[in-house]
Design a protein around this ligand. Structure first.
Ligand SMILES: *Cc1c(COP(=O)(O)O)cnc(C)c1O
Length: 431
């Protein structure tokens, strides 16, 4: 078990939000996504309050809802007074369905459809993050035809040196997202946006990658982005207001991870923003950040029931569970590592290294390899930690295994926030 993760155990039973995992499994079945509502609220509040602390309130946290999207997470985000970012009509529609304030939404995507741009305009999305010149032209024409003004940011690739920071995957020039600084593409786009009809260029956006533990790349990105705002002012006379620095803050999956306390990012980054702005003769911009994983990741735990345990002497022991790549595709996608314990024997020390396998017809369908675990028996309850981000939102129905329900726990109570799919749901759209 991870020494850095604090978990609650009572009488050998793992407790989640004051409810025992065993009771949750009994009431809702397994597999089950469990989300600790207080943890979600606390991290939203911490990010929100950091805007006051580091930017004197001149900023907005937009929860990156691709990490975990459903009606309830938008309601909670609204309740905590933060914004959100969406990347599809589906996410935007979900947010709209609970009355999410449109002026607090950033709409991303490197290839938004016409219908998505139309909806963004009709519903009054506060910031459409335009990815490329094709989209800019399309949006401008669309806004003109509707006699509306599109509020936009431009997505910039700040060209952060990927060689020194090789965990950064989306800020470099070879990325499908955004407009490159080095080539002059970004400046050209700014000029086109300023000249475009029915478009108001509010500012610029970057997102340099995900699960980042170092502070430097964020500081560097902030310097480059504000420096570019200075260049824009020098060349066009226009001072942009918004600086969206994206998300990507790393979280604790296993002991190998070293999450940086949030203030340790925000302190140096806000200093870099302010210093660079002063140097360029700019007012302090309105800063947006977009944490996804850092808000919901560690709040989530997935519960599975152990089925067969297959010991292959001299090779390995397979512990099979009743879920897998359908509810958590991150192992098969990225060989992501997770911490896990037997929830019904939570104070038993790990006694063996096992491979935890899912139930799908794919040999790669694993939840983890070389995982330390107490001796698992059929019927045990396996808890996999830090599954709140990019699990439910990436779930599939492969092998026609229904997507499990999502339950929120808080103060000893549990409630379903996404119903589990039924067999009837699985055939609903079949003709
Ligand atoms: C994915 C993404 C985020 C969130 O990333 P996390 O690593 O989950 O914080 C934020 N902004 C944009 C544009 C993204 O694509």
């Amino acid at each position: 078990m991870n020494l850095k993760r604090s978990i609650q155990v009572e009488d050998g039973q793992l407790m989640l939000g004051g409810v025992s995992a065993a009771d949750l499994a009994k009431e809702y079945g397994t597999p089950l996504y469990v989300m600790d509502e207080q943890m979600v609220r606390d991290s939203m509040a911490a990010f929100r309050d950091s805007m006051n602390r580091f930017y004197e309130g001149k900023g907005l946290v937009c929860y990156a809802s691709k990490a975990f999207c459903c009606k309830e997470i938008y309601r909670i985000a609204m309740d905590e007074g933060i914004g959100t970012d969406v990347v599809s009509l589906g996410e935007l529609y979900t947010a709209k369905s609970v009355g999410f304030p449109m002026d607090k939404i950033c709409f991303h995507g490197n290839n938004k459809t016409h219908r998505e741009l139309e909806a963004a305009l009709e519903w009054g999305v506060g910031r459409i993050v335009v990815d490329n010149l094709t989209e800019l032209a399309e949006l401008s024409a669309l806004a003109e035809s509707k006699n509306q003004t599109a509020q936009i940011l431009l997505r910039i690739k700040p060209g952060i040196d990927a060689h020194t920071h090789n965990f950064i995957r989306t800020g470099q020039i070879d990325s499908k997202f955004g407009l490159a600084l080095e080539t002059g593409e970004a400046m050209e786009a700014v000029k086109e946006a300023l000249a475009a009809k029915n478009v108001r260029l509010r500012g610029i956006h970057c997102h340099i990658g995900s699960q980042i533990f170092a502070v430097d790349p964020f500081v560097h990105a902030a310097e480059v982005m504000v420096g570019f705002m200075g260049q824009v002012k020098a060349e066009t006379g226009v001072e942009l207001e918004d600086l969206n620095l994206g998300g990507g803050f790393g979280i604790l999956y296993t002991d190998a991870d070293e999450p940086v306390p949030f203030g340790d990012y925000m302190g140096p980054v806000s200093e870099a923003v302010k210093k660079t702005a002063a140097k360029c003769g700019l007012a302090q911009p309105f800063v947006l950040i977009e944490p996804g994983r850092a808000i919901v990741g560690e709040a989530g735990t997935t519960l599975y029931t152990v089925g067969s345990v297959k010991n292959i002497p001299g090779i390995r022991t397979y512990v099979s569970v009743d879920g897998g790549m359908g509810d958590n595709p991150r192992y098969i996608l990225y060989q992501s590592r997770y911490d896990m314990i037997l929830a019904n024997r939570a104070d038993e020390p790990a006694s063996q290294m096992v491979t935890v396998a899912g139930r799908c017809c794919e040999s790669g369908d694993l939840i983890g390899e070389n995982v330390p675990l107490a001796a698992a028996q059929p019927g045990d309850l396996l808890a996999v930690f830090a599954t709140g981000a990019y699990n439910y939102s990436m779930a599939s129905r492969y092998n026609r295994v229904p997507v499990p329900p999502v339950v929120m726990v808080k103060d000893g109570k549990s409630r379903v926030v996404v119903r589990g799919e039924s067999l009837e749901d699985l055939i609903r759209n079949d003709c």
